[in-house]
Design a protein around this ligand. Structure first.
Ligand SMILES: *Cc1c(COP(=O)(O)O)cnc(C)c1O
Length: 358
């Protein structure tokens, strides 16, 4: 069976080596030695100013929305994983959708200003499939209208844009270290900011609001990563170069062998150093997608319809019609992409797609 992704697992002895340290310390959470070491290693690897690792990739979105959006309207994208919109609604804010760019698949920054009202407090946009939003224009709009910017960078581990980490953009950026993601800790995530005060607020918010054992800065929740999660991260981080090289090969195979006369993929924004996180193909119609998906499934190949459905169509969002996002959501299929995917399997995938599109 070939799935859209296969979780990378390090040699078990290397994982056990780090788990043993937790045993030796008799310390399983509350920012122990392994979490601190993972944060240091990630800071270097990603070349970011600050990082706070968390127990998943959704809690940093919720914390950022809570701290920055103040119960207001948040301009957001309909083309993302449901966690992006759910975090907004969960924190009693109102998602206001702005359609996406048909080539980049990120929020269409030229349509943002028309959606701003007196209640707008923030923009929450997703760097889709590791492809950066137009962060420069979004920053200018936010400045002009005094809005906060949060980026869902769940897909962006290791992505550089304009010569620096994509996580350095926006007031807060987040990442997910879920088992299906490029780098993972089983469940896990991180949040990033360059603002010192905000860094402190994010920090105490993810630790019940604590200021020392007996005092509190303010309201908080439990967003802490455990030592067991950090052990996985520490064991995987040394393999990132290998993982990226292998994924790059898979992407190169798809790019050279797929017949792009009836399908397309997304356009990578200029000056992006991409991470080969996803390989979406966009069909002309949903019927074509369903036909190809069916044949792939018969051959035990299971791509995923990322992202479907368009988030403005989910019942609790009451969104307006978003023609581009709805169209792309119904026609996009992410192909299997992971380290260790064999050329023989790639040949089969590509031949099925090329054949059934004729
Ligand atoms: C995976 C993902 C999330 C959620 O991350 P979790 O770690 O599963 O909570 C949020 N946004 C996007 C775009 C994702 O792909």
């Amino acid at each position: 069976m070939i799935n859209v992704t296969r979780t990378f697992l390090p040699p078990i002895e290397e994982y056990q080596h780090h788990v043993q340290r937790a045993w030796d310390n008799q310390w399983l959470t509350n920012r122990g030695e392994l979490v601190l070491e993972l944060e240091e290693n990630l800071k270097k690897y990603l070349a970011v100013t600050n990082i706070i690792v968390t127990n998943n990739g959704t809690i940093p979105l919720q914390i950022a929305v809570k701290l920055l959006a103040n119960g207001g309207e948040i301009i957001t994208t309909p083309f993302s994983y449901v966690a992006t919109t759910a975090a907004i609604v969960w924190e009693n804010c109102i998602p206001v959708f702005v359609d996406i760019h048909p080539d980049y698949l990120t929020i269409d920054e030229t349509k943002i200003e028309a959606a701003i009202t007196t209640k707008t407090t923030a923009i929450l946009a997703t760097h889709v499939f590791g492809n950066p939003c137009n962060v420069m224009v979004i920053e200018a709009i936010a400045k002009k209208h005094h809005l906060k910017v949060i980026y869902d960078g769940a897909h962006c581990f290791g992505v550089q844009y304009n010569g620096k980490s994509i996580f350095e953009y926006g007031d807060v950026s987040t990442c997910s270290f879920h088992a299906t993601k490029l780098f993972h800790t089983g469940e896990g995530g991180a949040m990033f900011t360059n603002d010192k005060d905000l860094q402190q607020q994010l920090f105490y918010s993810h630790n019940f609001g604590h200021n020392g054992p007996l005092a509190f800065y303010g309201l908080g929740i439990n967003g802490k990563m455990s030592e067991l999660q950090a052990a996985m991260g520490l064991a995987i981080l040394p393999y990132m170069e290998t993982i990226l090289t292998e994924r790059k090969k898979v992407v190169a195979y798809y790019t050279t062998h797929l017949n792009f006369s009836k399908i397309k993929t997304f356009k990578l924004r200029d000056t992006t150093q991409w991470n080969y996180s996803y390989f979406p193909i966009i069909f002309e119609t949903e019927e074509q997608l369903l036909r190809v998906e069916k044949v792939l499934n018969v051959n035990k190949i299971f791509p995923r319809r990322y992202f479907y459905p368009s988030l403005n169509t989910i019942e609790y969002t009451c969104g307006k019609v978003m023609p581009i996002a709805e169209n792309i959501s119904s026609c996009v299929l992410c192909l299997p992409l992971y380290a260790g995917l064999l050329e023989l399997n790639l040949e089969l995938i590509v031949s099925i797609i090329n054949k059934y599109l004729k």
